[in-house]
Write a protein that binds this ligand. Structure first.
Ligand code: SAM
Ligand code: SF4
Length: 326
């Protein structure tokens, strides 16, 4: 079995696959004016997705996260989950969702083969949740999270983007919540993108203060496993849940990079903040193109840079993370 590696000896066993860039939320850090279609391309078809994942699996990909935009807006989302989970070599299928459809669909997706789910819950205060996401449906999303736990997912993670002056006051609520819940909270530092420079200046908050607070309260940093990627994970013997910190501006963040991305229109992105996407779509029409597709992916990796250079204000071509799949 081949294994995708780059020139810095990083192994890529994890693919983040966007299946749509459309979204029904208006998160203030991502799509504050709501989704505006910026291209005429159709999103990858179910069949194209199958060809794509089959090639990645032969290059050592073991885990696929289906993302967007909001992936659950696609009517064929359960079919996509099923097909991806059936590809030989793929051992884990995950998704990241805003939770809008979760309450109704958590069990259905689980039955289709989804093993792990990340739900974005940017505040535990319903009013702040509404302010950040533009949707007044906090309780519905939380009921969706409970539905995931009941359905028996291997992993339920909650993503929360740290926002100075908005959800920073919720930290204690979050920590209390996971005392009795087997949930991994993931606090993500706000990243600057092409569209949110002003917002970033006002609301970016380093995750370091959380790290210091956790350590003071007896949380212990776990040794990073290769599949953790760049997150720093903390556990505490009195808590069922864990805390993950994703601090893209911290030194050495990119050393743990273990992922590649494919956008909803079939471009390979070597980094969330890379300059260009490499078109794969012309090689997704039928399975006889698989070897050529694999060769293109392997040669593209030669250009993967050591770091995202975000700390230098680089945002590449990424206007917002919904555009290539966060
Ligand atoms: N719509 C789904 C959701 O919100 O969970 C999936 C796509 S969203 C782009 C994936 C993740 O990226 C979410 O957890 C979201 O909060 C995060 N995200 C979006 N923009 C971000 C930014 N500028 N900085 C950090 N995280 C961001
Ligand atoms: Fe939509 Fe997710 Fe972006 Fe929020 S973070 S606007 S839910 S894509």
């Amino acid at each position: 079995m081949q294994q995708l590696k780059d020139n810095f000896n990083r192994k890529f066993e994890y693919l983040r696959l966007s299946i749509t860039d459309e979204c029904n939320f208006k998160c203030n850090y991502c799509l504050p004016d709501g989704y505006q279609r910026s291209h005429d391309n159709q999103f990858l078809s179910h069949q194209e997705i199958k060809h794509l994942v089959a090639a990645f699996a032969e290059l050592g990909t073991k885990k696929v996260r289906i993302t967007g935009g909001e992936p659950s807006l696609r009517k064929d989302f359960p079919d996509i989950i099923k097909s991806v989970s059936e590809v030989e070599g793929i051992v884990k299928v995950a998704t990241t969702t805003n939770g809008f459809r979760l309450q109704k669909e958590a069990q259905h997706w689980f039955d289709a083969g989804l093993g792990a789910i990340n739900v974005s819950v940017d505040s535990l205060d319903p009013k702040t949740f509404h302010l950040i996401t533009g949707k007044n449906i906090f309780q519905k999303v939380m009921d969706g999270v409970s539905a995931c736990i009941e359905a028996g997912y291997q992993q339920v993670k909650i993503n929360s983007v740290l926002l100075r002056g908005q959800n920073d006051k919720d930290l204690d609520l979050y920590i209390d919540w996971i005392k009795t819940q087997p949930i991994q909270l993931r606090f993500i530092e706000l990243m600057q993108t092409g569209d949110n420079a002003e917002f970033f200046k006002q609301h970016h908050l380093s995750g370091l203060w959380i790290k210091e607070k956790l350590l003071r309260q007896g949380w212990v940093q776990k040794t990073a496993l290769s599949h953790d990627g760049p997150a720093q994970i903390f556990s505490h013997e009195d808590y069922q849940g864990e805390v993950g910190l994703i601090m893209p501006y911290s030194k050495d963040f990119c050393k743990g990079c273990n992922r590649l991305r494919v956008s909803s229109v079939g471009k390979l992105h070597l980094c969330l903040f890379g300059e260009k996407g490499i078109n794969l779509r012309d090689l997704l029409t039928d399975s006889s193109q698989k070897e050529a597709l694999k060769r293109r992916i392997i040669s593209a990796l030669d250009d993967k840079k050591e770091s995202h250079y975000l700390q230098l204000g680089n945002t590449g071509i990424t206007p917002h993370l919904a555009s290539i799949g966060g």
